[in-house]
Design a protein around this ligand. Sequence first.
Ligand code: NAD
Length: 477
Amino acid sequence: MSAPLGGATLAGANMRATFDAHRAAFLRDGAPSQRARLADLKKLGDAIGRNVDRLAAAISADFGNRSRHETELAEIFPIQTAIRHARRHLSAWMAPQPVSVPLELMPAGARILYQPVGVVGIISPWNYPLNLAIVPMVAALAAGNRVMLKPSELTPRTSDLMAELLAGVFPHDQVATVVGGPDIGQAFARLPFDHLLYTGSTAVGRLVMQAAAENLTPVTLELGGKSPCIVGEDAALPSTVESIVYGKLLNAGQTCIAPDYVLLPERKLDEFIALAVDAVEKFYPTLAGNNDYTSIINERHYRRIVGYVADARAAGARVVEINAAQEVLPADGRKLPPMLVIEPGDDLAIMREEIFGPVLPVKTYRRLDEAIAYVNARPHPLALYYFGGAGTRDEVLRKTISGGASVNTTLFHFAAENLPFGGIGPSGIGAYHGEFGFQTFSHRKGVFLQSRINGARLLYPPFGWLTELILKILKRG
Ligand code: NAD
């Protein structure tokens, strides 16, 4: 655990006291005004904007190498987009929403009020350490909450820098950062938050939900899984392959919605492999000294991915390693060459576990039904990608269940603020982004407004012939 930093980085022992201070401040001050929320979001965006270089350097140091462009594209840009979108729409999101009442209840009125739930906990992972901490925070602050953040211990420099920047922007009882590993994470998840959003693996997600259940704390779980790519018969293969390779190799495959594996028409296999080799060599002519190509986060994950490939190779699967310059990649740089694994068996770890690395299994099918059945025989994925024309597209989207989907591209559904982002079943519970994030962190209070002239007293006891008559009318078909 790191030492306290600017009064914002908390040891576990202080966690409960900080939570109590947040709760007391929330009860004292109530929901912040729209003006205050807009100002908070602006301050947050400005602090990130002023520190892009430091943030990119911290993330890169945590990874070994993380492409600066990837950090700007996949961390800074989504944060600034989320802030801009929330600021633009906040007034409409916060406005009480009038709803109609049934004829029997007229002339009363009804409306939905959006209230902050109170104190929100956010537990974030290492793979996009800034984005996955700050974008949920934007939603929680837009909804008027106070926030405690527990970022990943695997990116300590980034976590400390976030803590420092957040402490410079917000009072300690509005936003606080708690650093530490799984033990601190466990204690954090046991705090009686009014909402807890966790992003990370499905296994830890179960533990977080169990801990939250003790307090009946509602959870949003942003989890992982194996996101398939179905290539249709009529897909334009060159652009399809480029998009899959791009989605797979961004952050060296350490992306929750990275295409995990490909399902491809059998007769297209050779062409797919040739195009994939070309695409990788074009995107990454070298690997070792190439700043565009990101390292694997740590030794444990490096060995895990290497192990999947070794097992697949030992079981007879063909492995195509793509290393255009034929470089020797030192293991301590933790850069793994992109690899295709052709037709691995379904019992292998590479087809059972989320890969989270630059390795792409390719499996073939004869009929589209087989590809759909393959996906449906497995846990609902976080994302599904389909490449091809509109006819089969609709069939694939209708017959499969996934958290989200992109058609004829990979990853981009994450970037559209008007789409809910989240999983289903083992890939997650709940969603955020844009208005969905605002709603996730808001209580929708249903309010009934009785009018002065109304028929309610006709239902009061003692019950008699009038009640009978009214019931007859109310029960009509
Ligand atoms: P991680 O190891 O960084 O863990 C995530 C967070 O959980 C960390 O802050 C960690 O300290 C904390 N934690 C660990 N044990 C805990 C416990 N028992 N109780 C409470 N908190 C605990 O990240 P990871 O799990 O390796 O992340 C990778 C996974 O996350 C992948 O499966 C990936 O698909 C998924 N992911 C999902 C999304 C999404 O938006 N759905 C985004 C990124 C990553």
